[in-house]
Design a protein around this ligand. Sequence first.
Ligand code: SF4
Length: 411
Amino acid sequence: MSEEPEIPVAALGETAAEGATQVESNAAADPAKEGTDSELRGQTEATAHPTGRGAAFAAALIEWHAREGRHDLPWQKDRTPYRVWVSEIMLQQTQVTTVIPYYQRFMAQFPTIRALADAPIDDVLHFWSGLGYYARARNMHRTACLIRNEYRGEFPRTFGKIANLPGIGRSTAGAILALSRGERYPILDGNVKRVLARFFGVAGVTTERAVSERLWKLSEECTPHSQVDVYTQAIMDLGATVCARRKPVCAYCPLAAGCFARHTGRQHDFPTPRKAKGARRLREVFMLVAMKEDGSVLLERRPDTGIWGGLWCLPEFDTASAASVYVGQTLRAADAQPKPMAIVEHAFTHFDLSITPLLTNCAGAAKGVMDSIPTVWYNARDPARIGLPAPIKTLLDNLTSPTMFDAPGAQ
Ligand code: SF4
């Protein structure tokens, strides 16, 4: 990145301190779920002709993007609504470098909405395994089925219909239409919130309604009438690369001259950080590795709600003794004393999970696994295409390794 010449403050208008201590009250409901498409369009255009600071803001970003933006991401080629949609969902809470290989594999496997809709959910979760936040994948599959059934496999054309699809809200619907069709809709993902909050000095936690409405208004004000696709990509890129959460690189920012946070040295005050929720929780569980002679291991499908929803996982217990009871009474295995293996640790957003795997030998066919829970015997040497949580997949892969018995108490 080369250092940018600063654009004059006058070109960007005054730094927008009006949002720093006071946010406007706006009683309008979030239109993403409620308004008709014409209402939504009318509301957008009535409030947003980018003149003055909004126009200069957009122009600076578009000019910067031509020189410094990202132009070769896989979802930037052949920008159909479907391809943009998949990328936008994958990029939620996830960094670009992590998403790229997942996106490429996913699109190779499911090149069209119909291919995605026709695939079993286990296949979809298989190609999502390791990306986390699995509700995203389940919602995508539901949405693909809905589009196949109700829109003949074609992505709906109007904002209101898109925003009402499962897992798609106002910002994602706007990004799909702006990036794939060049239609003028504002977006407000996490990166855009940060850029706008810093530039205009909008104080307050962004999940608060009044703050969110203020940011939506600013986003509408800044969204240009031409090159909206370039602008949308530009503001997302700036938030991801220059106006980073921890270390914004203001010296390289095309908005630096007019930025309230930069001028006041308060970059880390915007957006207002949410209150810390206290110490992270540690959750300790036991998982049963019930293995047959051929190396296959019993897995259960987890419920759709909760962590790893819909994925296949080792049977989970709160205590080792509960696992022993299950081995003896449900599996009726001879070896009713499972042996602990090396602990597996995994970090979620709000808590840490500590898994003690308990290995048991299920020589001979295990009999009565519970009918109410779908189960499968999974063999890592000949793996079925199912969705597996990343730490469980690693554990199962390691079962084929000779070091698998290097665990306390294992023999
Ligand atoms: S000047 Fe700094 S804080 Fe302001 S928008 Fe640019 S990178 Fe963000």
